[in-house]
Design a protein around this ligand. Structure first.
Ligand SMILES: NC(=O)c1ccc[n+]([C@@H]2O[C@H](COP(=O)([O-])OP(=O)(O)OC[C@H]3O[C@@H](n4cnc5c(N)ncnc54)[C@H](OP(=O)(O)O)[C@@H]3O)[C@@H](O)[C@H]2O)c1
Length: 281
């Protein structure tokens, strides 16, 4: 373990011996970053699975999914995170909304100079909409989210796309009045996208309940700051079932990402709420 990390853990263990934080306590957050503060809130089985099986989107949920949280339990969990962090952006990955390999809705071809489409689309009437409290943001680097969902009354939908998406997708979003920000060539450059959200949307806090691939990518790129996990007393198993953090295997010289424990609450029924901060290099 690098010396810096060893020192950090020694100091931290001394602090922890005297600390007793809780999920509902307010904590001043002092940080000066070019990007927003990014918080992950997810629900997992004891073996770290976040879904009952591979390729299950929101549309596939059934009664069994309650083992990861009933509607009321989700509302309570995110309600607390909302009260604590006041996120302006609620961000999801595309894996929650569209299956890998799913047939995509065909869109009207765009007839015109496509160059104009490859610029951020942030109509002032949506940006300055009275009563708007935040944004629902979907990472959609390949242009697969084509439902035309425009979000909630107070939280409009916004897509994060890469420059690899076809023009008809961007035209479709414009026609539907769905704002988008472009970042990255082949897939979304997550760091640039976060910076843009701070600069253009004024986002200081981003809450993501993303699937494991997005969470893994954010964590590996040093773009995740805080992690809340609700562990449920079940084991789901599976070789392909989505896990909390999915990313390429660790290289021979690579170190795991270190996290600092902040708080854990064990409930009478076996649910464990735990909170960690990601250790910065
Ligand atoms: N229990 C829970 O709390 C919880 C929460 C959320 C989701 N889920 C479940 O988790 C499952 C989905 O998880 P998943 O892991 O399969 O998918 P996911 O994380 O939802 O989707 C992958 C997303 O990450 C993006 N991505 C991945 N690596 C990237 C990188 N290196 N750079 C930029 N973008 C990157 C992908 O972009 P592209 O669009 O370009 O592919 C895509 O948007 C679903 O079953 C869902 O229901 C559970």
């Amino acid at each position: 373990m690098p010396i810096r990390r060893r020192v950090f853990f020694r100091e931290r263990s001394e602090i922890l011996a005297t600390s007793g934080e809780s999920i509902s306590s307010k904590e001043p957050m002092v940080f000066r970053m070019e990007r927003p503060y990014v918080i992950l809130g997810v629900s997992a089985s004891l073996d770290g699975r976040i879904s009952l099986g591979p390729g299950r989107t929101l549309m596939d949920l059934d009664q069994r999914d309650d083992v990861l949280g009933t509607r009321e339990e989700w509302e309570d969990f995110y309600g607390k995170l909302n009260d604590r962090h006041h996120p302006e952006v609620w961000m999801e990955g595309s894996g929650m909304l569209v299956k890998e390999g799913a047939e995509l809705r065909e869109l009207e071809p765009f007839k015109g100079d496509a160059k104009v489409l490859y610029e951020d689309f942030l109509p002032p009437d949506i940006l300055n909409k009275p009563g708007r409290t935040g944004w629902l943001v979907a990472v959609d680097g390949r242009g697969r989210l084509r439902s035309g969902y425009t979000g909630e009354e107070d939280k409009p939908m916004l897509h994060l796309a890469s420059h690899s998406v076809p023009p008809e997708y961007l035209w479709f979003l414009r026609e539907k009045g769905i704002p988008y920000l472009l970042a990255g060539e082949e897939r979304v450059d997550l760091e640039l996208a976060l910076k843009k959200m701070k600069e253009k949307l004024g986002a200081k806090n981003v809450l993501t309940s993303s699937g494991g691939k997005l969470a893994g990518a954010l964590l590996k790129k040093g773009l995740l700051d805080e992690v809340y996990i609700r562990f449920n007393p079940v084991v789901i198993g599976g070789f392909e079932t989505p896990v909390l953090f999915a990313s390429p295997d660790l290289g021979e010289d690579e170190w795991p990402v270190f996290l600092q424990h902040m708080d854990t609450k064990v409930c009478w029924d076996g649910h464990i709420f735990t909170r960690f901060k990601v250790v910065r290099d």
